[in-house]
Design a protein. Structure first.
Length: 119
């Protein structure tokens, strides 16, 4: 019985250690020049564009408008990534819920829509 408690205690200690190390790395900004940073940027932008297109394509009347929406979404993905790239992953979601960040993202999308010829 004593060995079982020692083993369980060791496993719990290891999980706490791994959780602490994971939180330590997630609470720091990702270096955009590292391999992980570049993969994160690629995934963030792809997810942003997919979500943007999913919301906007229903309103698209023709192929030209769809191309303009695609361009605006890609522009928004790049600009919003630039805005958030120095924010640690653990803080990004809460940062996106703040009114000033929502306003900033709205301004970004408005600028991107104008440059794509949608406004």
């Amino acid at each position: 019985m004593k060995w079982v408690l020692i083993i369980v205690g060791g496993i719990v200690g290891l999980l706490v250690l791994l959780g602490g190390v994971g939180y330590y790395y997630l609470s720091k900004p990702i270096d955009p020049n590292s391999d992980i940073g570049q993969e994160y940027a690629k995934g963030y932008k792809a997810s942003f564009v997919e979500n943007c297109l999913g919301q906007a394509n229903a309103a698209a009347a023709d192929q030209t408008m769809k191309q303009q929406i695609q361009s605006a979404c890609e522009c928004g993905a790049e600009a919003s990534y630039q805005e958030l790239k120095d924010v640690p992953l653990t803080e990004q979601y809460s940062r996106l819920q703040e009114p000033d960040m929502q306003q900033k993202l709205g301004e970004i999308m408005q600028t991107c829509m104008q440059s794509a010829g949608l406004q």
